[in-house]
Design a protein around this ligand. Structure first.
Ligand SMILES: Cc1cc2nc3c(=O)[nH]c(=O)nc-3n(C[C@H](O)[C@H](O)[C@H](O)COP(=O)(O)O)c2cc1C
Length: 214
């Protein structure tokens, strides 16, 4: 029974529309990547003239347990070009209350390639790499460029090695404190591509099997 449900065609028989492969030009049709719960982070870089840039990324995650962090980008984005040229980038994790700043970090560029909406995104200097962090976030990573994986269609994966990290005390796990309370008291920002966000304040302990080992 289980096998037959996984055969291609079966889902369509059940009324599932074909899934669109690639970017969704038509917002009514799902594309690979939506709808999936993602984080929403702000990547900070510095351009060759020394001007800071910040841009939101939802395709981003820790890459294993060896202090690597990656995000999907594209050579047409200044973030990609800056990270490659500079060999570094920062990651700021905004709170749900910072959704407007997070959005404004994706504002358009003028003819002189400046991004005026960044005036509404307050930053503070990074501590170890030459870069900026977005003020008021709950977690910060500073990364040196580890590698770039190009030619994933129009996209690339930028991989950084975390060389410094800092967190708001309220976001730190504590053996004396239930993780559920932590998430409840400092809700997390989730992105639901292609255009919704959520405030995650409710969480449950994962029901691991008793013999589970990572
Ligand atoms: C909510 C949101 C999520 C985004 N996620 C990504 C992403 O994961 N990867 C990506 O390449 N671009 C993503 N973008 C688009 C870029 O970050 C955006 O176009 C940015 O302005 C590029 O700026 P830059 O040229 O300064 O790098 C996202 C934009 C928004 C608004």
């Amino acid at each position: 029974m289980r096998k037959s449900r996984l055969k291609s065609g079966k889902y369509r028989d059940r009324g599932f529309p074909p899934y669109q492969i690639g970017a969704s030009a038509d917002a009514r049709r799902p594309a690979v990547g939506d709808p999936v719960v993602s984080p929403l982070i702000l990547v900070g870089t510095i351009d060759e003239g020394g001007t800071p840039d910040v841009a939101p990324k939802h395709m981003a995650m820790p890459l294993g347990w060896q202090n690597l962090f990656c995000f999907v980008c594209a050579p047409r984005h200044a973030t990609y070009r800056n990270a490659v040229a500079q060999g570094a980038f920062t990651v700021s994790f905004p709170l749900p209350e910072q959704i407007v700043e997070t959005s404004l970090a994706a504002g358009g560029r003028l003819g002189d390639s400046s991004k005026p909406s960044l005036a509404a995104v307050p930053t503070i200097p990074a501590r170890v790499v030459d870069g900026v962090l977005v003020e008021g976030c709950y977690l910060y990573l500073e990364c040196t460029l580890d590698r770039v994986i190009d030619d994933l269609g129009e996209n690339s994966i930028v991989v950084g090695r975390v060389v410094a990290a800092a967190a708001d005390e309220r976001a730190l796990r504590d053996p004396e404190r239930d993780d559920a309370d932590l998430v409840h008291e400092l809700p997390l920002l989730g992105y639901l591509a292609p255009g919704r966000f959520t405030k995650i304040h409710d969480s449950l302990a994962f029901p691991f099997p008793v013999d589970f080992r990572y």
